[in-house]
Design a protein around this ligand. Structure first.
Ligand code: AMP
Length: 476
């Protein structure tokens, strides 16, 4: 069964350290926001690969005795976050297999757009699969390659796949990192401080917040189309794929990455704050206070408040102990749902004209509940401000968005959305506003398909792509 199309994930790898698995474990904590469904670590001791995977949060899966068992001088890890229908241990990564060349494990962030096609081809050749995810086809393609060295097998495999991938591979003696030629998803390289020998102290991670936690120095991004091999001889870079005009995911800046990370070479916090400033310039309003929807709206709200000169307040307080596994109550007690996560402070809101800043509206249901909550706490007016353009398109490159039909902005005008969420006014940052400082050219080297419907790599499986083409044709 083909379970999964939308996967956000965190990946990490450590090469050349006696406590590699422990460092990967710590890094997975830093990347927990990128996936809470499952996590895993595979370590290499020079002879064999050792693996542990489980469902849930990093803290629930790994205990001291498990980490101790994951011996070796290198290790890779993975946090997985996916949509419904695929919450199964068989889909947890890193995947670890034996093939004619030895053993290899893989951690993948992103979605392969020609996955269904490739899988059907491999299955008709008699190959069997143990998971329902796209990442497994890469391992089959590696095993099928006739090349001698693992790095050449990886290059051969990646030559056949399309779409989004930030990958870390581990064999008994080496680690390999790779990023697709478009650079859809982030991936960075760092070095543990104090490590001088060529084959020691290398760290690869989705975000720099993981490097900070293990005291590694940020060196650079893995470049789009680059493959990096880590061996006892050190780090070696390969450029097997012609560089493509980059289409890095702009939603990492808007919502997904942690604000204390550097992504694509910039501080996420500073970018979000600047988005808030631009939002205040393009959508000013007479009000008394600015409040964020925590946590995702905080940096943009700081920027909005600074630019507008209005006081920044925490009018909504978030409960940090509610995970994704929280069960939404049904029917008669339904309205309690959002209150489990957020509580409005009457002391802050009563009698005030309030600007509420969030990073995005997806279905609109959260914003609607928040507006009601802020009003019930005594706000006189509620002005919703969103620090990105309307989300109109689903992501096929690795961000968990619902179908186009469920995205409120795909079928409603801004005024209809305003009416639905019950706000006095609603303002989104424009596409121009988004790129006014982010990059050169109209799209600044980013993929913004979720806002514009312009998909840099078309999806070629026979479920979504056909719909996609039809939608595209109808939309224009
Ligand atoms: P909604 O009720 O669907 O409009 O939810 C909007 C909220 O979801 C905003 O507060 C966003 O910060 C948050 N959000 C945006 N994208 C995602 C995503 N891919 N996964 C989970 N939450 C998201």
């Amino acid at each position: 069964m083909l379970d999964s199309f939308h996967e956000e994930c965190g990946v990490v790898g450590v090469y050349g350290h006696p406590e590699a698995a422990n460092l990967v474990y710590l890094s997975l904590y830093a990347l927990q926001h990128r996936g809470q469904e499952s996590a895993g670590i595979v370590s290499a001791d020079g002879q064999v690969l050792l693996s542990h995977r489980g469902m849930g949060l990093v803290a629930d899966i790994f205990k001291e005795d498990i980490i101790r068992r994951l011996e070796g001088f290198s290790a890779i890890g993975h946090n997985r976050y996916s949509t419904s229908g695929s919450t199964l241990l068989k889909n947890a990564q890193p995947f670890c297999v034996d093939y004619v060349g030895g053993a290899v494990a893989l951690s993948h962030n992103g979605n392969l757009t020609n996955y269904v096609e490739l899988r059907r081809r491999l299955e008709s050749d008699g190959r069997i699969f143990q998971s329902g995810t796209d990442s497994e086809v890469i391992l089959h393609l590696i095993a099928m390659s006739k090349a001698e060295r693992l790095v050449d097998r990886v290059v051969a495999a990646l030559g056949e796949v399309q779409g989004a991938y930030s990958l870390v591979f581990l064999s008994e003696s080496e680690m390999i990192a790779a990023r697709d030629p478009y650079g859809f998803r982030p991936l960075v390289v760092g070095r543990l401080r104090g490590q001088e020998r060529p084959g020691e102290g290398w760290v690869v991670a989705s975000e720099t917040c993981a490097l900070d936690l293990v005291d590694a120095e940020y060196l650079r991004e893995v470049e789009p189309g680059e493959v990096i091999e880590f061996t006892a001889a050190g780090m070696k870079s390969y450029r097997p794929f012609a560089p493509h005009a980059p289409t890095r995911c702009v939603f990492e800046y808007v919502y997904f990455a942690r604000p204390d990370s550097r992504v694509y070479g910039r501080s996420v916090y500073q970018v979000r704050k600047e988005l808030g400033r631009r939002l205040a310039q393009s959508h000013p309003v007479e009000a008394d206070i600015v409040i964020p929807v925590p946590d995702s709206g905080v940096p943009a709200a700081v920027g909005y408040a600074e630019q507008s000169g209005l006081p920044f307040e925490m009018g909504l307080i978030r409960n940090h102990y509610v995970g994704r596994t929280f069960i939404e109550p049904q029917d008669s007690i339904r309205h309690f749902g959002v209150k489990v996560k957020l509580n409005a402070q009457r002391e802050v809101l009563e009698g005030k004209r309030v600007v509420v800043v969030d990073d995005s509206i997806v279905r609109g249901t959260t914003s609607r509940k928040i507006v009601t909550m802020v009003r019930n706490a005594g706000a006189l007016e509620v002005h919703m401000r969103i620090s990105s353009p309307p989300t109109t398109g689903p992501c096929f490159y690795g961000v968990d968005t619902p179908t186009r039909k469920e995205l409120i902005a795909s079928s409603h005008s801004i005024d209809e959305i305003r009416a639905f969420i019950g706000a006095d006014t609603l303002g989104y940052l424009s596409e121009r506003g988004l790129y006014s400082f982010l990059g050169e050219g109209p799209r600044g080297g980013f993929c913004d398909a979720c806002f514009t419907g312009r998909y840099p790599v078309l999806v070629s499986d026979d479920e979504q792509p056909i719909q996609l083409h039809l939608f595209e044709a109808k939309d224009r």
